[in-house]
Design a binder for this molecule. Sequence first.
Ligand code: AMP
Ligand code: MG
Length: 326
Amino acid sequence: MDQNSPETMAAIRAAIKASALCERIRTDLAGKESLLKSDRSPVTIADYGSQAIVCKMIREEFPHDTIVAEEDSKELRKSDRLKILEQVTNYVNAFIPVSSSEEVCSWIDFGSNSVTDRFWALDPIDGTKGFLRGDQYAIALALIEKGKVALGVLACPNLYTDVYHPFGKKGCLFLALRGKGSFQMDSAGANKRSIFVSKAKSPSEAIITESVEPDHADHLTHQRLAQKLNISKLSLRMDSQAKYGILARGEVTLYLRVPSPAEPSYKENIWDHAAGSIIAEEAGGRVTDILGRPLDFSSGIKMEKNRGVLVSNGILHEVVLKALEM
Ligand code: AMP
Ligand code: MG
């Protein structure tokens, strides 16, 4: 797989289109007074719309590939969801001409949940809570061959491109190819540059990133670990796999994901880590679970053989694994 492979080009094209759709939905609907806080309709519309677009574009190029994706159209086809389905169809139609709601449902249902020898893993919107808050979210797409991620594309439509200008240009597209490196582009796929993890050698120089949601990770254990390692800088809380992106470009040094006490035996979904992990690894980082085991992308939609996730700049990995034994 290289930068001009049909797989790479198709994944980038699909991620660009899906992020444009998500941003349009977010700006159209997020501020609407009619949407109560608990109303998840913008995210629902965006989830389905994003999955329809990516599945359609990948299936068109690779008709024999399996796509493992988070959503299916079952809920959407229910009679009380008619309005949502109509909105999904209209939004999708603005990006890819579509003949009917039925056709949109059929694109969504290209997604399956069986893992094969070669398959795509898709999270049409990762970080749904961030999407609703107007914070970070991502469209994550990875190609997995024989249990190993071969290609990862991560679109982060709301992520600043330059850490020194956090209120400047937004929209990042990360790409990684096994053995070929990691790259960042802008949201149109232009201005490509190689990215590398931080060279921090001492834990005291490290910056940790972690989930915003306390139900998704054990913030207290992360804090204890920071104390133990003399990490004094504040942790950066961020939604979605954007955390892998900022680690891959050297802004933070560690991404900790110790299972939350709210759900200590939680098993991570493959689409929540496949694209991000290769982006961190190809930028020089290391990705394992919190016991040092490689992430398991071959057992099914859940990473059954893993517990939590640890991502580092490589240099600090062993010392953090040791400290996690506490
Ligand atoms: P983040 O934005 O890093 O908090 O991660 C968002 C992802 O967390 C979602 O896509 C969910 O699949 C996943 N998730 C849901 N429940 C849990 C949980 N109890 N522990 C860890 N991750 C979870
Ligand atoms: Mg997700």
